[in-house]
Structure formats: structure tokens, C-alpha cells
Design a protein around this ligand. Structure first.
Ligand code: ZN
Length: 205
């Protein structure tokens, strides 16, 4: 039996490869995505699109990052980190931008945003297993931002895919440069809808 051929860039089966839709975007505010291991091969995961599209984006795969060198290096300058998380005291993207305008000694490039990828449950698990994440300030995203993600049903109304959350945050902070992310995302969603049996498709319309 021959093994199913995978794209060595996006990791998808060749038929599902979305690499031709990727446009490189030079983001100033860097992202570090913490990805649960069970998400790596997830056909509906969106973190890979974000990583391949953005010039300044890293993915760290794991659950407990206490032994991860790259993760621990981030926390050598915790004042430059923000966790993308909808906590009650999260700063809004517009507030973050306003603060930055006032502090002329700092620029967008000084900051890193940590994003937890995965279902709400797995993201929460990563948050709990890595107490350092609770020690840094958090940044939220505009609650009015609407999800187009029809594929992954979520138990939370306000839950966005990782890609949508990153798109929303970067657009609000840097401007309208990130719609290429949505184009790849839409391609992936449409591809998956087309691959479903007709009766299953109907549930997502
Ligand atoms: Zn590919």
C-alpha cells in the first residue's frame, strides 16, 4: 500500500493543500502560537495557515511547556509579552495601540503576542498547565467581530478559530493588511464543505 502523499509545507494531503492560496504578510507585532499536539494533524486547524502567511510567527507544539527552551526564553522579558485571552482585565487592541502611541520608547516590534491554539477545552488546559501564562498581561479581541467559521462547531458563541482571532487582532492593531489570511481560510473551509457528504454539508449551511 502506498502512503498518502502529503505536502511538505502545509502537511495536508496534496488534494487539500492550501499553499497556493498563501500570501506572505510582513506583520510587525510577532505572534507565538502554542499548539496542542492533537491539533497538529487536525484537518480543520488554522494555525498552520497563520504560520505560513506571517513573516513573524512561530508555533510551539506541546501541552506543558515548562521544559521548552523557546517558551522559557520568552519569559525572560515578560513585560514584552501579551496573552491573547478574553480575561476580564484584558486590554483591548485599540487601548494597546493608544498606550503604544504614548510610550514613544516602545514600538510594535518590542512585543510578542502568545496565542493558544485549539478548542476552548484544550486551550484552557494549556493555560492551566503553564502558570507563567497567568503572570503576563492579556489582550482581548473586539467582541463584535463575527465568526465565519462554519466548520468547527464550538460550545462557546464567542469562540473564534485561531486564524480569525489573529486576523482580528492584527487588523485592529496594524491595519487592513491581513485579509490574505481570510482568503486562505475561506479556501480551506470551502474545500472541506465540498468534501463532506451532501447530508452533512446541509447541517453547515
Ligand atoms: Zn501545502
Amino acid at each position: 500500500m502506498s502512503k498518502r502523499q502529503l505536502c511538505n509545507q502545509c502537511g495536508r494531503a496534496l488534494a487539500a493543500c492550501f499553499c497556493h492560496t498563501i500570501s506572505a504578510i510582513n506583520n510587525q507585532l510577532s505572534l507565538v502560537i502554542l499548539q496542542h499536539p492533537s491539533e497538529v494533524k487536525h484537518a480543520r486547524g488554522t494555525a498552520k495557515i497563520v504560520e505560513l502567511s506571517l513573516t513573524n510567527c512561530d508555533i510551539l507544539v506541546g501541552e506543558d511547556f515548562s521544559q521548552d527552551e523557546k517558551f522559557n526564553a520568552l519569559f525572560e522579558s515578560p513585560e514584552k509579552l501579551l496573552l491573547l485571552y478574553p480575561s476580564d482585565d484584558a486590554v483591548s487592541p485599540s487601548q494597546f495601540s493608544a498606550n503604544l502611541t504614548q510610550e514613544t520608547s516602545k514600538s510594535l516590534q518590542d512585543y510578542k503576542i502568545i496565542v493558544i491554539d485549539g478548542s476552548w477545552k484544550k486551550a484552557y488546559k494549556i493555560f492551566c498547565l503553564n502558570p507563567l501564562l497567568a503572570t503576563i498581561a492579556s489582550i482581548g479581541i473586539d467582541a463584535n467581530f463575527e465568526s465565519n467559521y462554519r466548520i468547527r462547531k464550538s460550545s462557546r458563541q464567542d469562540s473564534l478559530s485561531t486564524l480569525e482571532a489573529c486576523h482580528s487582532l492584527l487588523t485592529q492593531v496594524e491595519g487592513q493588511y491581513f485579509d490574505g489570511l481570510l482568503a486562505s481560510f475561506d479556501y480551506m473551509v470551502e474545500f472541506q464543505l465540498k468534501s463532506m457528504p451532501v447530508d452533512v454539508q446541509a447541517r453547515y449551511q
